[in-house]
Write a protein that binds this ligand. Structure first.
Ligand code: C5P
Length: 223
């Protein structure tokens, strides 16, 4: 049976991984497929919310019953977030955002003949979109961040997440383990949801749809 417990909610979900242009034909990317964010958007819509999916290079189809806005780079994602965030009561930042972008985007394709045996690129730090949205938060807005960490030790991962949720200032942080054999691109996942205080309020294991439901249960209750 379908519980429409998110009727009246306006939820913005970012999904996928940003691509930072190097030249007209190349980019720096990451392994995020967008599956978890797309599952969150799909389940939120099925549970009755009005959903905007802000999709950065997702590898899976967008759900039919959500508004889809497509972007590619972190700067484009930041601009779209700034525009869309104010009309949503819940923001779920599942996208993997590049921390750095090439400082200069070459106007023509970089030619191997012109660079010798080594190529050096200089990177500039991208804005932290999540922190900026927390800073620009409108009244009553619930903001949920993600932390994909590669540490194998459970306690070490949790400590990193506790520090991160405080640094970012979001209401909740979804921690998941990523690595060569975990997380990005996989069907199954395992997450812990922390509050700003560092307390773990939810743990979920399973396919990305059921984990999405667990995260949305936390979002429904708010901080
Ligand atoms: O600091 P870290 O990248 O691990 O933080 C992850 C969380 O912050 C995710 O929710 C991600 O979408 C968000 N983020 C962001 N802007 C960045 C980097 C990450 O909003 N430049």
């Amino acid at each position: 049976e379908l519980e429409r417990d998110l009727v009246g909610r306006d939820i913005l979900v970012t999904a996928g991984g940003t691509r930072e242009p190097i030249d007209p034909v190349r980019f720096l990317g990451n392994r995020s497929s967008g599956r978890q964010g797309v599952a969150l958007a799909a389940r939120a819509a099925e549970r009755g919310a009005d959903v905007t999916l802000l999709a950065a290079n997702i590898e899976v189809p967008a759900p039919a019953n959500v508004n889809v806005v497509r972007v590619s780079s972190a700067e484009q994602l930041a601009a779209a977030c700034a525009e869309l965030a104010p009309r949503h009561d819940t923001i779920i930042m599942a996208a993997a955002v590049a921390d750095f972008r090439p400082e200069h985007v070459q106007t023509g394709k970089i030619k191997k003949e012109a660079t010798g045996e080594e190529l050096t690129l200089t990177f500039k730090k991208n804005p932290d979109i999540l922190r900026n949205m927390v800073a620009a938060r409108v009244d009553g807005q619930t903001i949920i961040g993600f932390a994909a960490e590669t540490e194998e030790d459970d306690q070490a991962r949790l400590e990193l997440a506790r520090a991160k949720v405080k640094r970012k200032g979001c209401d909740f942080l979804v921690l998941n383990r990523v690595g060569w054999n975990h997380g990005f691109g996989r069907e199954e996942t395992e997450v812990q949801v922390l509050k700003l205080s560092g307390e773990v309020v939810k743990e979920a294991v399973g396919d990305k749809m059921s984990v999405a439901d667990a995260i949305l249960d936390v979002a429904r209750e708010r901080a």
